[in-house]
Design a binder for this molecule. Structure first.
Ligand SMILES: *Cc1c(COP(=O)(O)O)cnc(C)c1O
Length: 430
């Protein structure tokens, strides 16, 4: 099919990037389980290696099954290109790699997936990169954190763990003024609920492990490029604007224009860092994307019902779901996530740490796991698991206080989820 702006989201999530297999007519996208591809002749091989012709060389760089998924996610996000990789964390490194170097920094929201906080506060230091964390509701603090060495701003559209909504329009105005890209992790929202590029994002990253695949089967990640950033506009991004020694002095921005970042991601990023998505994973994620809107509508509907019930329960202290009218983030839902506030939120239980531990033990439908964005409803008590090494002050700052549990609402019957929470809350408060 030819992808045009005339097709709606539900059509694109099924068809974008895919067509019947030219070799066999297979209607579903085959899993191209191959490492390498035969060159037509020596000239063809030379043209491919010079980036003069686009084609398949070796599956660390490109694979036809993965390519379909890349085009599908780019289309759903409204980007010009995408690079898939082995996990969401790989996607974050792939997004930062062309922008960064020793001594350079990023400014990131303090409300992020726990693993991202660790990656940005600890691991990237080994590359000589650093991260300043600030409250993204305090726009003056975001501006003040940017200095001459800042190369990107990073946040989540629907932010962990509370399901808060980030004002992407306000943040992208700041990144535009500073002449640096805004990178938005759209994992918790998905392109069905939020399209960050329409709110000024330069790059969108995903953990496809979550809602895009949808059922907890494979890990994967993706970096989508809006194609809107001119990497030559200032001297901050030499990897994209200056001659690349590994390709006879080719300049990515000059040669590939809006596709500069995507070509760099494949030709340098995947080639040299090797964080490649395998075709099996792409296959599972392609199947997941076909039902994305159906699942997200149900996640949202269920989250609204369950959060509304919890809010009125005397055993619960507060619920952070932005879809509730009582949420301070409720006004941003219509602007940033017009189809709903997602399926992720936290609740605080009146009985504190002990009641939370009893609650997660007593639940029967909800699974106690370190994951989100599954068809199954999931819960985690961060203070006794992922955040247990932190002090109570650090736990509170991360939104993982001892009395708080994070919930990822699945697509089961909302009434069954409520009944399960009801019986478990009874046990937790006895
Ligand atoms: C899970 C997750 C990640 C990391 O993704 P992996 O696929 O587990 O590497 C990053 N950001 C968010 C918001 C996530 O939920």
């Amino acid at each position: 099919m030819t992808d045009g702006p005339t097709y709606g989201f539900d059509t694109l999530q099924v068809h974008a990037g895919a067509k019947p297999d030219p070799a066999t007519g297979a209607r579903n996208t085959p899993i191209y389980q191959t490492t390498a591809y035969v060159f037509r002749d020596a000239d063809h091989a030379a043209a491919l290696f010079n980036l003069q012709e686009v084609g398949f060389i070796y599956s660390r760089l490109t694979n036809p099954t993965v390519a379909v998924l890349q085009e599908r996610i780019a289309t759903l996000e409204g980007g010009v290109g995408a690079v898939c990789c082995s996990s969401g964390h790989a996607a974050q490194i792939m997004a930062l790699f062309p922008l960064m170097g020793p001594g350079l920094n990023i400014v990131a929201s303090s409300r992020l997936y726990g693993g991202t906080i660790t990656q940005f506060s600890q691991t990237i230091k080994r590359f000589g990169w650093s991260c300043t964390f600030v409250d993204f509701d305090d726009l003056d603090a975001v501006k003040a954190a940017i200095d001459d060495n800042t190369r990107a701003i990073f946040c989540e559209a629907i932010a962990n763990p509370g399901g808060y909504i980030t004002d992407l329009d306000a943040i992208s105005a700041i990144s535009d003024d500073a002449g640096i890209p805004l990178i938005v992790d759209n994992t918790s929202a998905t392109p069905y609920l939020c399209r960050p590029i329409e709110h000024g994002a330069t790059l969108v990253v995903h953990s496809t492990t979550k809602y895009l695949t949808g059922n907890g089967t494979v890990t994967g990640g993706c970096v989508v490029d809006s194609g809107k950033f001119d990497w030559s506009a200032n001297d901050k991004f030499p990897s994209l604007s200056q001659p690349e020694p590994a390709y006879h002095g080719l300049k990515f921005q000059e040669t590939f224009g809006p596709l500069a970042f995507t070509f760099h991601g494949i030709a340098i990023g995947l080639r040299d860092l090797g964080m490649t998505m395998n075709p099996q994973a792409a296959h599972y994620t392609l199947m997941g994307t076909e039902t994305l809107s159906l699942r997200m509508d149900r996640h949202v509907l269920n989250a609204e019902k369950v959060a509304g019930w919890l809010e009125n329960d005397p055993r619960v202290d507060y619920v952070t779901y932005a879809g509730l009218k009582s949420s301070p983030y409720h006004d941003r839902v219509a602007k940033i996530c017009p189809r709903g506030a997602g399926g992720l939120f936290t609740i605080a239980i009146k009985g504190g740490y002990d009641a939370c531990v009893k609650l997660v033990n007593a639940l029967e439908i909800f699974s106690h796991v370190a994951n989100l964005g599954d068809t199954r409803s999931l819960i985690i008590h961060s203070a006794s698991t992922t955040h247990r090494q932190l002090t109570i002050e650090q736990q509170r700052a991360a939104g993982a206080a001892p009395e708080v549990v994070r919930i990822s609402i699945g697509i089961e019957d909302a009434d069954d989820l409520i009944a399960d929470l009801d019986q478990a809350l009874a046990k937790a408060s006895s």
